[in-house]
Design a protein around this ligand. Sequence first.
Ligand SMILES: N[C@H](CCC[C@H](N)C(=O)O)C(=O)O
Length: 280
Amino acid sequence: MMLRFTKMHGLGNDFMVIDLITQRARLTPELIQRWADRRFGIGFDQLLTVEPPRGPEMDFRYRIYNADGGEVENCGNGARCFARFVVDQQLTRKREIRVETAAGPLTLTLADDGRVRVDMGQPRFEPERIPLKATQVATAYEFELNGQPITLDALSMGNPHAVIDVENVDTAPVATMGPAIEAHPRFPHRVNVGFLEVTDRHRARLRVFERGVGETLACGTGACAAVVSGIRRGLLDTPVDITLPGGALTIEWAGEHNGAPAAVIMTGPAERVFEGRIEL
Ligand SMILES: N[C@H](CCC[C@H](N)C(=O)O)C(=O)O
């Protein structure tokens, strides 16, 4: 049996997108890993599926699988591609689309300039909601890494993120510190690791070592987490143009009011590369 898919990317963070509304497929971690391989398979950072909603208030269910085959809670670049996909495939005529994810609802809006605006929901700071082993909420957590002390921030965008300040992202120790923090035992579900360079009050640069993938050209939830962290710590002001190796996103966050964090708004591109079919 042949399975239709579309190859897409958001700033070079690339996806295999599968319509499981008009098709059926049982996706196992082994199959996803094989398809994710950039030589023996299709090659992608994440696999995204488009599924029927489980409740009347949603238009679709949006599921995300990392290249290592693990299902995860959220993917920001993927959300923009999801919106482009369901419109291009004529699965909806809406331009404001409500989707359910494992972390909660997202609202995807296609803008006239071709970019996609995503209400990414509220960030969460309580250690137990990241999750992170810590005794209380902070904006600076002290870690020991290979015998050396380091300080990082941590929060959830539905998926877990650590944020480390660096002078220059180009020389940041992404390849060594990234995997060491991703697998640190204080992050029981592992973690995405962002290296943040603040340029000025409204601009920043970021590289991300993604959980279950490695360094990617862009990470939407990582950009949201880094900007929220920068605003909370008084380093940034909303809106922020954040530049990753694959390109730039605009992130807006109005902060916390009466202890309730505002939703994070991310705006950026979504590109289709090719349509394909693969033997199931
Ligand atoms: N690696 C992430 C999922 C994909 C996030 C990223 N591709 C994005 O655009 O947000 C995790 O394990 O939580």
